[in-house]
Design a binder for this molecule. Structure first.
Ligand SMILES: [Fe+2]
Ligand SMILES: [Fe+2]
Length: 197
């Protein structure tokens, strides 16, 4: 089957659109986090933003490998999430939800179709990206839980905190309000994320 005549061709275009949008939604989160002083959180989200860019790039690359010499337009019809508003906590929860949807519903289906249509490399791309989106889901879930429970910078046991700006470290239940070396605020203290993947 020719790629340009396949369902996979349209699925790649939908996936590209989805990744571009996810990237922008996470930039919204990053923007909000920076405005509220959560610098370390913003930097973690920025890594996810870059991951989504690269997923978009790879979907785009496969689209360009189709038989079409010059792709003028791809007409797709699909639904995308528009749930997010400007609430940082809620957006972390929604991001986790969106990641799970990609990892458990959308991409497994696209991988299956790609394999059925005879595009094993594209199926493998989807399968590998599913692993990443699963890690993103875990990350956003932890960020949401920590922010909601107030445990981002306050733990039950003593832990080692590290300033993301100057590298100062200290062991305590709660992170400092202001770094004793560089005076960076608490939001610059690196976050404790388990099994980030
Ligand atoms: Fe992605
Ligand atoms: Fe993701």
């Amino acid at each position: 089957m020719k790629l340009k005549e396949s369902k996979t061709y349209l699925n790649l275009a939908k996936s590209y659109a989805g990744e571009c949008q996810a990237r922008t939604r996470y930039e919204f989160i990053e923007y909000g986090a920076r405005q509220q002083g959560f610098k370390a959180l913003a930097e973690l989200v920025d890594k996810v933003v870059y991951n989504e860019f690269n997923h978009a790039r790879m979907f785009y690359t496969f689209i360009q490998q189709s038989e079409e010499k010059q792709i003028e337009n791809i007409d797709i019809s699909s639904g995308y999430p528009f749930k997010e508003k400007w609430d940082l906590l809620e957006n972390l929860r929604l991001a986790a939800e969106d990641e799970l949807n990609e990892a458990e519903k959308i991409y497994p289906e696209y991988a299956r179709i790609a394999r059925e249509e005879g595009f094993p490399e594209i199926a493998a791309l989807y399968e590998n990206i599913i692993q990443v989106e699963t890690c993103h889901n875990k990350l956003f879930t932890q960020l949401y839980q920590q922010m909601k429970k107030g445990t981002m910078y306050k733990k039950k046991e003593k832990v080692k905190w590290k300033c993301g700006d100057c590298g100062y470290e200290a062991t305590a239940k709660e992170a400092w309000q202001e770094c004793p070396i560089c005076k960076a605020k608490q939001g610059a203290v690196m976050l404790k994320i388990e099994d980030e993947g």
